[in-house]
Design a protein around this ligand. Structure first.
Ligand SMILES: O=C(O)CCC(=O)C(=O)O
Ligand SMILES: [Fe+2]
Length: 346
């Protein structure tokens, strides 16, 4: 492990002690478990998802899909139309959605929050290409993206093993104690929003992570600062789950009831191939108050990206160019003017 990273505390010893789990997550802002789920379940899910990823052309043909050997001529990421096209096929997989409802996850989360929970319908898989590091998920608090309640719990789990160099998740313990949503700024990486933890005196910017193995799971509440580590491998895709869980009766932001945006799918696109009906529209059985999405975080970053692009910031120019390429019909004249002025061809 790199000198800058400390090793997670493993909480398996407290798995059957809800009060201790609550104490630890309140105090440390995360809980990490080894082999919370039987690794074979993850390997099975990996086979199904990686086989689809091979079918969409992102793995080298003829290699074992379990090895996740990426075709690096195809490096795509969230925000690219090409990523959406492949991700959509993976996103339709029933077992991927079902994995967010595995009892091992639900039971441990109910213990750590001390209340009945509901998985958000919006499940997320990350398919991260090697050596595409400027697109790595930047430092952030999940609340800016998922909203609803500070008490939501994120579960991050690799689908397979995920050593440091493959780019797992890292957190700053106790950073949730800031007890507020910090200012986020434009960033090129997934989610597009970054926070600078060093600006805040009440945060001790020490990062923790681990060499994850199949079956391991990390949990943290919506204010804990975290980031993905860069995928420095030569040729391996990082495949992981990140799902969120809410206390029944809490508020849920409307967009969490829809499929993850980069899939560009609706539930009606996703469900037709499924074998069972129990998870279709399951959240309609709950009457959690639905609240509007707060667009202010994204709007602020949008203003920044225009300013930065005018100043010649390469990441900002890249973001504008990508937006213009993806959907030229919706791009504002202001963006075309900036790109024109900079001599950027779309
Ligand atoms: O896996 C990633 O790259 C990002 C995950 C993340 O930010 C999360 O789990 O909340
Ligand atoms: Fe996150």
């Amino acid at each position: 492990m790199s000198v800058d990273l400390k090793e997670f505390r493993v909480s398996n010893d407290a798995m059957n002690d809800p009060e201790e789990l609550q104490r630890r997550i309140d105090d440390e802002g995360y809980l990490f478990f080894k082999r919370l789920v039987d690794p074979d379940r993850l390997w099975e899910l990996r086979r199904e998802m990686m086989s689809m990823i091979q079918q969409v052309g992102w793995l080298v043909a003829g290699t074992d899909p379990m090895d996740g050997i990426a075709d690096i001529n195809m490096r795509y990421t969230e925000g690219d139309n090409e990523y959406s096209a492949g991700y959509a096929e993976v996103y339709k997989i029933e077992n991927f959605h079902r994995s967010g409802h595995w009892p091992e996850y639900l039971e441990i989360i109910e213990k750590m929050v001390g209340a009945p929970i509901m998985p958000h319908p919006q499940k997320i898989a990350r398919i991260w290409f090697p050596k595409y590091t400027e697109h790595t998920t930047p430092k952030h608090q999940d609340f800016v993206h998922f909203q609803g309640s500070f008490d939501n719990i994120t579960c991050w789990a690799p689908i397979g093993d995920c050593p440091i160099e493959l780019g797992g998740l890292a957190v700053i313990p106790e950073s949730h104690k800031v007890n507020r949503v910090l200012d986020h700024h434009f960033s090129l990486g997934a989610g597009g929003l970054i926070v600078d933890e060093t600006e805040h005196e009440d945060i001790n910017p020490v990062w923790y992570s681990t060499d994850y193995e199949a079956g391991d799971a990390l949990f943290f509440p919506a204010l804990t600062i975290h980031q993905a580590l860069p995928n420095y491998t030569e040729d391996k895709l990082r495949l992981s789950l990140d799902n969120r869980y809410m206390i029944v009766g809490d508020k849920v932001a409307e967009h969490l009831l829809t499929p993850h945006e980069p899939s560009q799918l609706t539930w009606d696109d996703i469900y037709p191939g499924w074998q069972s009906d129990d998870l279709k529209y399951y959240w309609k059985d709950y009457d959690n108050p639905v609240v509007e999405r707060d667009l202010s975080y994204g709007d602020k970053a949008r203003v920044e990206v225009l300013e930065l692009a005018r100043e010649g910031n390469e990441h900002a120019i890249y973001a504008l160019k990508r937006g213009a390429k993806n959907s030229p019909e919706t791009v504002e004249p202001e963006v075309w003017a900036i790109l024109d002025e900079l001599g950027v061809k779309v």
